[in-house]
Design a protein around this ligand. Structure first.
Ligand code: FES
Length: 146
């Protein structure tokens, strides 16, 4: 019995193995890469939004709003003044919320805490919240890019 394989047959087998190996690799890698790649975010780019009437916001309150495709949080202080911040946590992008009982802006994901001036005061957030400008005009509250 002979072990010899003709050179043509050997090349054909090698080609088949490489081709099927490449196809298998692509079949495994492509779905993983497609899953890991974030989808394109579409949405209106805005530079200003109307959040509501001044009287809609009680003193010592926090209200979430949409700034284009991003969340924002409008804080109304005891003295009636306003400030607005991005509501995207600077740690891992969870949406923060106003916590009236503690008097803070809080991130539930990892217990991150910000004071009502948007400064990170406890937990993992590495920096303050980004701030928007607030304009009161005609009894309405508008928020614009800072
Ligand atoms: S995402 Fe907000 S504390 Fe981690």
């Amino acid at each position: 019995m002979s072990d010899s394989v003709s050179p043509t047959r050997r090349r054909t087998l090698i080609w088949l193995l490489r081709t099927s190996g490449t196809a298998l690799f692509a079949a495994l890698v492509y779905p993983v890469m497609a899953y890991l790649k974030p989808p394109k975010v579409t949405g209106d780019a805005v530079s200003s939004v109307r959040v509501g009437a001044i009287d809609d916001f009680t003193p010592a309150s926090g209200t979430l709003f949409r700034f284009g495709n991003r969340p924002g949080i409008l804080i109304r202080y005891e003295d009636g003044s306003f400030r607005a911040f991005s509501a995207t946590c600077t740690h891992l992008d969870c949406t923060v919320q106003f916590k009236k009982d503690a008097g803070i802006i809080w991130c539930a994901c990892h217990n991150g805490k910000y004071d009502l001036n948007g400064r990170n005061i406890d937990g993992p957030p590495p920096r303050p919240l980004d701030e928007f400008d607030v304009i009161e005009k005609g009894g309405e509250v508008f928020v614009t890019e800072a």
